[in-house]
Design a protein around this ligand. Structure first.
Ligand code: HEC
Length: 134
């Protein structure tokens, strides 16, 4: 009897549990692993965050930090629209890295804008490790 109640309770708790940053991140990292990535590097993600890419059309330098700043706990500012972007660091903004669709959408847009191409699974995994640690 008791164990059944306990089990039911545990199932309910697991259903009600909100999606934490690490769950969405874990799912995506698993996806990248299934695409052949064996190891992720927080350090490489950090380096690439402020790496300078020159836009072919405008000749202007673009970085992830252009809009998000180098300190992810701070608010950023959109380079084109001037709109405030809430901090990316999950430590100060718990909503970050909780929605897979959101992460995918912005990786796609931001990598294209910043680097001029989509990011590879390796690069995305490195970024996720870096951002998640902020
Ligand atoms: C031109 C401005 C701009 C640049 C440059 C930029 N981003 Fe973003 N990024 C945004 C905006 C706008 C959003 C969505 C608004 C928001 O969530 O506050 C966003 C959201 C994100 C998110 C979604 C996080 C979440 O869970 O809510 C990730 C991840 C991200 N950016 C990563 C990157 C990476 C990696 C780079 C560099 C390759 C980068 N961004 C460069 C503007 C930018």
């Amino acid at each position: 009897m008791r164990s059944t109640t306990l089990l039911t309770g545990m199932v309910l708790i697991s259903l009600w549990r909100p999606v934490f940053a690490s769950e969405a991140v874990d799912t995506l990292l698993d996806e990248y692993r299934s695409e052949g990535v064996t190891e992720f590097s927080l350090e490489d993600g950090k380096v690439m965050w402020t790496q300078e890419f020159t836009d072919a059309e405008t000749g202007k330098v673009r970085q992830c930090s252009t809009c998000h700043t180098a300190d992810l706990t701070q608010e950023g500012k959109h380079e084109k629209t001037g709109k405030v972007i809430k901090p990316l660091a999950p430590s100060v903004n718990p909503e970050r890295l909780t929605q897979i669709a959101e992460i995918n959408k912005w990786f796609k847009r931001n990598c294209k804008w910043t680097i001029g191409r989509e990011c590879t699974p390796q690069e995305k995994g490195n970024f996720l490790n870096f951002i998640n640690a902020q």
